[in-house]
Design a protein around this ligand. Structure first.
Ligand code: NAP
Length: 251
């Protein structure tokens, strides 16, 4: 059995930075065509170039995953160009406006986070259903340890990530046996999303001390499990959520 994704095409939302960028390049290194999607054209173009440097195809599109019409159109164009075998729902946000006690978070802050993290993932899954079914494809949702346990003062984020874990199960049931659907639950990863935590010595140390492996992950350490889940090596895995958290939820 080999981890070879030659001839497949993987689409990664939020593929322009951080974990999504690493996942996109991980697929390219496993031989798949890889398409990063995000709202920022220059970032998308830079990752597309890095994909092509690895000898596989890509496709330039910008996308806001909350724009459901655009989601349908963009997935349609990618399917026409390269086909779609793998979708990674990775786009995610957790802005300051959505942090704090329940009283401190207004409807707008709550909706912003759940619309991107959960609604966007559902829209992309729906848009990709046809090619994934036809190609015997795979969907991977990127949740968080906040999809497995509560995190104080992150209510919209935790709700959206628990929602993604549930969506993984319900999609896996509806789409079996044609499409496998799984979920990754990363712990703390060194990306823009956690830059404030990394820069604050006290917070950083408290997170590291709470993590058995005693450090933040590099984004590439989430890419490996994503490529594995999309490959035939994971052919009997569906409906599951895999923690990749340095042991954080083992306590
Ligand atoms: N970093 C961590 O410690 C950690 C831990 C657990 C789970 N996660 C999850 O992993 C995923 C990636 O996180 P990250 O740390 O890599 O974040 P990041 O560095 O902030 O990157 C987020 C990516 O999502 C894109 N994005 C944001 N809103 C979008 C939208 N509406 N439509 C399309 N793309 C959008 C961003 O590009 P644009 O802004 O240009 O659109 C960017 O490419 C998220 O779902 C996050 O919740 C992260």
């Amino acid at each position: 059995m080999e981890l070879d994704l030659s001839g497949k095409t993987a689409v990664v939302t939020g593929g322009s930075r951080g974990i999504g960028r690493a996942i996109t390049l991980g697929f390219a290194e496993a031989g798949a065509n890889a398409v990063p999607l995000s709202r920022t054209e220059s970032d998308v173009e830079a990752v597309v170039e890095a994909v092509r440097e690895r000898g596989v195809e890509s496709h330039v599109e910008t996308l806001d995953v909350t724009d459901t019409r655009a989601v349908e159109a963009v997935f349609g164009r990618i399917d026409d160009d390269l086909g779609i075998d793998v979708v990674v729902n990775n786009a995610g946000v957790n802005p300051d406006s959505a942090l704090g006690t329940p009283e401190a978070v207004d409807d707008e802050g709550f909706d912003f986070v759940t619309d991107v993290n959960l609604g966007g993932a559902f829209a992309c899954a729906r848009a990709a259903e046809e090619p994934l079914s036809e190609n015997g494809g795979t969907l991977i949702n990127v949740a968080s340890v906040g999809g497995l346990v509560g995190l104080p003062r992150q209510h919209p984020y935790v709700a959206s990530k628990h929602g993604l874990v549930g969506l993984t199960k319900s999609l896996a049931l509806d789409w079996a046996p044609d499409v496998r659907v799984n979920c990754l639950a990363p712990g703390y990863v060194a990306t823009d999303l956690t830059s404030e935590l990394q820069e604050n010595e006290t917070l950083r140390r408290s997170i590291e001390e709470r993590t058995p492996l005693d450090r933040f992950a590099d984004p590439e350490e989430i890419a490996g499990p994503a490529v594995f889940l999309a490959s035939d090596l994971a052919s009997y895995a569906t409906g599951s959520t895999f923690a990749v958290d340095g042991g954080w939820t083992a306590r």
